[in-house]
Design a protein around this ligand. Structure first.
Ligand SMILES: CC(C)(COP(=O)(O)OP(=O)(O)OC[C@H]1O[C@@H](n2cnc3c(N)ncnc32)[C@H](O)[C@@H]1OP(=O)(O)O)[C@@H](O)C(=O)NCCC(=O)NCCS
Length: 315
């Protein structure tokens, strides 16, 4: 398969570090130097499903494709206001598609997981045109009085349209259960039979453990896709990494011994928008004219679970 169209949508409300410092014991200097984030887009009056539908429409327009031509839709999402129906069905109706669809929750690595699922459908010759939409609102998961988590995230939706091709050179996924490092509980409806104690707990994170996992997993995943494709790190034109922390990106860049210019970022203006980071970054790089036909791109993401993955593809 190949990526034939991209689209992205961000909420209009921009929250700067200085705005956060008005109600949190934090500072622009701390957030900027420890994370690389300067501001982020935060959902206010938007609905995530509307953003997801708009991102999908933009990707379809970019690919010059009609929604009726789609054979499959995969939506990556961690939370949204609906428990059911799945977001992919809402997107299907919103864009006027009729194909099957599914949601996946692979946290911040959702785009790479969706690509791997799509690739297996292509290999089985089950599909011609596939839409992937990553739509996330992690700002609704955090406790906004917890300076250790809420400063990191932003919201957004990113989409990609896939068509037949042989542009994917290698994809690798991995998982290693660590459920006490990055997690959130939600309270379900009570029943007359519930006897256990339940809690509603916002996102909890052991930041340094997540940091170490991220650097190790991404370095390993990228090395694996390079090895499998027989491509040297020097031959990669762009490394598009999950935008969780600029220091994580810098550590991976140093491990790979590649110049900074090969690592485009948008964490400065967006923060971490979970699985939406990768398709939004791809869309923005495309719009800025950074990508040339034939460029080799290594993309890597990691997140709660822990899960991670990398993909090597030709643009
Ligand atoms: C969260 C993260 C930025 C914290 O950076 P760190 O350098 O590890 O900082 P620490 O957690 O050691 O905290 C250092 C100090 O800063 C404080 N601090 C934490 N957040 C702060 C904030 N927003 N403003 C000011 N101080 C803050 C801590 O309370 C701590 O204070 P103490 O030394 O008095 O206890 C970093 O660990 C990280 O990015 N981890 C990965 C997170 C991630 O990527 N999550 C999503 C994965 S998909």
């Amino acid at each position: 398969m190949k990526i034939s169209g991209t689209g992205s949508v961000l909420p209009k409300k921009i929250v700067t570090n200085d705005m956060l410092a008005q109600f949190l014991d934090t500072s622009d200097e701390w957030i900027r130097t420890r994370t690389g984030v300067v501001s982020r887009h935060v959902i206010s009056d938007e609905r995530l499903e509307d953003m997801a539908i708009e991102a999908a429409r933009k990707a379809l327009d970019d690919a010059g494709m009609k929604a009726e031509e789609l054979d499959f839709i995969i939506c990556s999402n961690v939370v949204n206001e609906y428990v059911t129906p799945q977001l992919s069905c809402i997107i299907q109706g919103g864009i006027g598609a009729t194909c099957p669809c599914m949601d996946i929750n692979c946290a911040c690595a959702g785009f790479i997981h969706a690509l791997e699922i799509a690739e297996s459908f292509y290999r089985a010759e089950r599909v011609k045109n596939v839409l992937i939409v990553c739509a996330e609102e992690p700002t609704r998961m955090t406790d906004w009085s917890d300076r250790r988590t809420c400063v990191l995230f932003g919201d957004g939706a990113g989409a990609a349209v896939l068509t037949p091709g042989d542009n994917i050179k290698s994809i690798k996924l991995s998982a290693s259960s660590a459920t006490d490092k990055l997690w959130q509980y939600r309270l379900l409806q009570p029943t007359p039979y519930i006897e256990k104690e339940e809690e509603d707990v916002p996102l909890q994170m052991k930041g340094q453990d997540v940091f170490k996992f991220a650097v190790k997993a991404a370095s390993k995943d990228i090395s694996r896709v390079l090895d499998e494709a027989g491509v040297g790190a020097d031959q990669v034109d762009h490394y598009m990494l999950h935008q969780a922390n600029i220091r994580i990106i810098n550590a991976i860049q140093e491990y790979l011994e590649q110049p900074k210019e090969k690592f485009p970022t948008n964490i400065e203006d967006h923060g971490n928008s979970s699985s939406s980071c990768c398709p939004i970054l791809l869309d923005e790089c495309k719009k800025k004219g950074l990508l040339k036909r034939g460029d080799i791109i290594a993309m890597s993401a990691f997140g709660a679970g822990f899960v991670s993955g990398a993909v090597l593809f030709e643009w």
